[in-house]
Design a protein around this ligand. Structure first.
Ligand code: ADP
Ligand code: MG
Length: 321
């Protein structure tokens, strides 16, 4: 199977590559053409996933397809953008039909879930790696940036934290666990649901937002720096799933604070918007507050500052490789 047949069979013919609104020209030409409504801006984000670094060396291709796109689409959610399309640059060690079929199915399932169309890409041979670029649209001036938080805003998250970190020992085969709770955590790792609807609800309300990919503490640190203030997080308020508590035990909180890969939104919100948001997105939880100062502080139930666990994952930092 040559490169062009591979592209045609597994990507151009995939359900996610079929014509949709906003895509004036899809796969097959030198560029795709995306159509933006008047008054809207294009939101663009790229993510690379490398075998053995971002996922186990020989993953299930269906699960990998789902997860790769979910990770990329989560950045659109974090900007409050409406999904338009994505490109896929894939490097493969060989053209294995069963593998490609499974991968394309997983990709298409998540694409449908998110409302994203595959509009182009590149296909090369080499060690397995994926680069996905997602495109979305957002009314001019309404994108959710990291720099707008103000003292007095509530610090909120859009759902339970730490599940993906809790699943990691299972994903890596370092630990065996069976049953409903283990399955739940594995689903949260392999098929995170980008919080696109929440992102759109936050337009014009949240003062800053991002998706938690590197861990709550590390990512809140980004908002604190960009907005020039301090964020206080109340340890007791962190929402933890019962599955995470059952599987990770006393490490559940550390998973929530420092574990990456949650793809839940964290955002700052003026208190007057909280009631309406909780009605529209019941999983919203207030975990702290923005105030004058710098950095991220962790408080116990009595309000005393406590020492956080290790910070989030960094590829070139002292805690990563
Ligand atoms: P070019 O040589 O002009 O860069 P290619 O031969 O690489 O084009 O690709 C042909 C067409 O197939 C282009 O429209 C490209 O976007 C698309 N394409 C290539 N690889 C993929 C892929 N993995 N997924 C989706 N579309 C792809
Ligand atoms: Mg090319």
């Amino acid at each position: 199977m040559g490169e062009f047949e591979l592209i045609r069979r597994f990507f151009a013919a995939a359900p996610c590559a079929q014509a949709t609104e906003g895509v004036a020209l899809g796969i097959g030409d030198d560029c795709a053409l995306l159509q933006l409504p008047a008054g809207e801006q294009l939101a663009v984000s790229t993510d690379t996933l490398v075998a053995g670094v971002h996922f186990p060396a020989s993953p299930d291709p269906f699960l990998l397809g789902q997860r790769a796109l979910a990770v990329a689409a989560s950045d659109l959610a974090a900007m409050g953008a409406t999904p338009l399309g994505f490109t896929l640059a894939i490097t493969l060690p060989q053209a294995d039909e069963a593998w490609l079929q499974g991968f394309a199915r997983g990709l298409s399932q998540m694409a449908q879930n998110c409302g994203l169309a595959l509009v182009g890409g590149d296909t090369t041979r080499g060690p397995l790696s994926l680069t996905l670029t997602v495109f979305g649209r957002v009314p001019a001036g309404q994108a959710l940036v990291r720099s707008g938080a103000r003292a007095g805003d509530l610090l909120c998250v859009g759902g339970e934290l730490g599940d993906a970190a809790g699943a990691l020992p299972l994903v890596l085969g370092q630990r065996q666990a069976q049953g409903e709770q283990a399955d739940y955590l594995l689903r949260r790792y392999w098929a995170p649901q980008p919080q696109l609807a929440l992102g759109r609800l936050l337009r014009g309300k949240a003062t800053a937002a991002l998706d938690i990919s590197d861990g709550l503490l590390a990512d809140c640190g980004h908002i604190a720096v960009a907005s020039g203030l301090a964020l206080h997080i109340e340890l007791e308020q962190l929402p933890l799933s019962s599955a995470l508590q059952a599987i990770a035990g006393t490490a559940a909180r550390d998973c929530a604070l420092a574990g990456g890969d949650d793809y839940v939104l964290a955002f700052t919100l003026p208190p007057e918007h909280l009631a309406a948001l909780q009605a529209a997105w019941p999983a919203t939880v207030v975990i702290g507050r923005a105030m004058a100062g710098t950095g991220v502080e962790l408080l116990d139930a009595s309000g005393a500052v406590i020492q956080p666990p290790r910070a989030g994952y960094q590829h070139f930092g002292s805690s990563g490789d």
